[in-house]
Design a protein around this ligand. Structure first.
Ligand code: NAD
Ligand code: ZN
Length: 363
């Protein structure tokens, strides 16, 4: 078993990573000195597949377990559902020393984490991420929250979990399209980490797609390690943490231009990464071959390399309104080279426009 340590100003906590760890959750939680009740929150899909094993593991370690199910999907991440969960926790006589356990993807992780951060001003929190996106991204770093009708992720908190249990085996039940969603973030980490990770992943992505655990586990580990390092430097997102937004400025513009229907987050980020890498060539002279290699990697993974569902000008308008200004340049993350991201790049707006238009041309 791999044990990584997340070290932030507000909390230090272990991230356990290994195949089959779901069955060890009870033992691991007790080994950290916990005995009190755990309330598991899961969506119906994940509950049907994995809740029984988790409950068994906790019960076998002598931990009392309750479970609350929510409906799958982004709409579940709402204040209304948070309120319903507060009532359920109250009815279950949940006390301050008890824990909430988020078993699921980013939706459940963010919602359950938010509830844990606010119920009785904070109860313990266990994250058991079950989607690739949540394993490499949302379960670590402590951002929890819900959407409001006006905007995504606008209400929330920084609340680090007390333990994260990452079991890559759980990915075997994940629908393929959700796996591909998470791969966009994995590619982002490859670019952020450096040429050797990028080249390794390029050489072994087929093993990843077929979920050969000998390849999946080390890749997930590298992504987690990178995020842990960044978060330990800048827990509250005032500076360095912005590197994690590589590909997300254009990506968010694409998602918003398609009203969050035409493009999922991962697919929009894939296009955003391509735009960011091409811009990096223009601004920092990043060798052209990287955008070509990125393009063919994205294609092999089943991610888009051409903007087809929305118009470039709508993307640019969404980007401008996202920033509440016409200045498209600030806050972009670019790469000096692989492994050397630069935040707050001051790129000429016309260069950004060119690259968004180029995405639609698909060359
Ligand atoms: N907190 C953060 O730092 C952070 C970072 C990135 C994204 N997010 C948030 O994460 C959310 C997206 O997360 P997501 O992509 O995991 O979506 P999700 O939680 O909706 O999961 C995607 C789908 O996969 C299903 N699923 C999950 N694990 C499964 C498994 N092992 N087997 C079968 N089905 C499974 C779910 O039921 C759901 O239908 C967004 O709300 C986003 O805002 C948060
Ligand atoms: Zn993302």
């Amino acid at each position: 078993m791999i044990q990584l340590v997340a070290s932030t100003r507000s909390r230090e906590y272990p991230v356990f990573l290994s195949e089959g760890l779901l069955d060890e959750t009870g033992r691991l939680w007790c080994s950290l000195g916990n005995r009190d009740k755990v309330v598991v929150i899961a969506d119906d899909n994940v509950a049907a597949l994995h809740l029984a094993r988790l409950a068994e593991s906790l019960a076998a370690a002598g931990v009392k377990v309750n479970a609350v199910k929510v409906r799958p999907g982004e709409k579940t991440k709402s204040l209304e559902n948070a309120a319903l969960l507060y009532t359920r926790l109250f009815d279950l006589k949940t006390r301050r020393q008890d824990a909430v356990c988020a078993l699921g993807g980013g939706v459940v992780g963010d919602l359950a984490g938010f509830v844990a951060s606010t119920y009785m001003r904070g109860v313990k929190l266990i994250q058991i991420p079950t989607s690739l996106l949540s394993q490499v991204d949302s379960s670590i770093g402590g951002k929890v929250g819900v959407n409001i009708p006006e905007a995504k992720n606008y209400v929330g908190a920084f609340y680090q979990p007390h333990m994260v249990v990452t079991d890559p085996d759980l990915l075997t039940t994940l629908p393929r399209r959700e796996l591909v969603e998470g791969l966009a973030e994995v590619v982002k980490y490859c670019l952020l980490t450096g040429d050797d990770f990028f080249s390794n992943f390029e050489a072994s992505y087929e093993e990843f797609l077929s979920l050969n655990m000998a390849y999946v586990e080390p890749v997930v580990r590298r992504c987690i390690e990178y995020k842990l390092r960044i978060v330990s430097e800048d827990e509250r997102d005032f500076g360095r943490r912005a590197v994690l937004n590589l590909g997300h400025t254009v990506g968010h513009g694409i998602e918003a231009a398609g009203a969050y229907k035409a493009y999922s987050h991962g697919r929009a980020v894939a296009l955003g990464l391509l735009a960011a890498v091409r811009l990096s060539t223009k601004v920092f002279g990043l060798p052209d071959r990287y955008s070509e290699r990125l393009q063919s990697l994205l294609l092999s993974l089943g991610l888009p390399v051409r903007l087809e569902e929305v118009r470039p000008r709508d993307v640019l308008a969404a980007m401008a309104s996202d920033k509440k200004s016409d200045d498209l340049s600030a806050n972009m993350v670019l790469l000096k080279t692989l492994g050397e991201p630069v935040t707050n790049c001051d790129v000429d707006a016309s260069l950004v426009k060119d690259q968004v238009e180029r995405l639609a041309e698909g060359d």
